[in-house]
Design a protein around this ligand. Structure first.
Ligand SMILES: [Fe+2]
Ligand SMILES: [Fe+2]
Length: 214
């Protein structure tokens, strides 16, 4: 019989008990935040809870261990990943959730995989998990910009993602970091989509303004 989502959550929570206390608390806060945002967007709370508890299963591991775990999990490792192996923790967690914990919900697995860098096309669950991870209470206390991004998430998840990507861009340049190519290509796609929507809206407005009044 297929394992219930609740049972999968409980097994992953049990696994998380061996992780650092800070990571456990962060996962709890991400779950609470994701469920709150998800209620507004009518997304199933258990699926969000499952992704939240799994997303940072391997966040605490040092670089060498990230590379080893990636090899074991069959996760592709690019040149950029070698420079910053921490970005592998999402793809590793998604693979382990699928193969060890029997999670077969593709949206949940993709949300876990892409929660660090994002992806051009993301499911509703993936967008919510990425944003909840960045705007949970501890993070927005640390950086007031996260409060604004959180506020925007209630109106427009795509605009909130784009604002987060802009924030990340500034952060990375200020600290002299390069952007990861997977994140950058997602960002370029989001910018294009956003401007296409604005252009489309402007064109509609133009045609309304040019149309005869009566
Ligand atoms: Fe993470
Ligand atoms: Fe996280």
């Amino acid at each position: 019989m297929a394992e219930t989502v609740r049972h999968q959550i409980e097994r992953i929570q049990a696994e998380m008990q061996s992780r650092p206390a800070g990571l456990i608390e962060h996962s709890k806060r991400v779950a609470a935040e994701a469920i709150k945002i998800g209620q507004y967007w009518d997304v199933d709370a258990e699926r969000l809870e499952l992704a939240s508890w799994g997303h940072d299963l391997f966040r605490h591991e040092p670089d060498e261990r990230q590379l080893q775990l990636a090899r074991e999990a069959g996760v592709a490792v690019g040149l950029e990943d070698r420079r910053s192996p921490i970005v592998l923790h999402g793809p590793i967690a998604a693979s382990v959730m699928e193969h060890r914990f029997g999670v077969d919900d593709r949206d949940v697995l993709e949300a876990v995989r892409d929660h660090t860098l994002g992806l051009a096309e993301m499911s509703l669950i993936a967008k919510i998990i990425l944003l909840a991870d960045k705007v949970e209470p501890r993070k927005r206390k640390r950086d007031p910009a996260m409060k604004l991004i959180r506020k925007l998430a209630w109106r427009d998840l795509d605009a909130a993602l784009l604002c987060w990507a802009d924030w990340k861009w500034v952060e990375e340049r200020q600290h002299g970091y390069e952007s990861h190519p997977r994140h950058w290509s997602a960002r370029v796609h989001w910018v294009r989509e956003h401007h296409f929507e604005i252009d489309a809206a402007d064109l509609r407005l133009e045609s309304v303004l040019r149309a005869p009044v009566c």
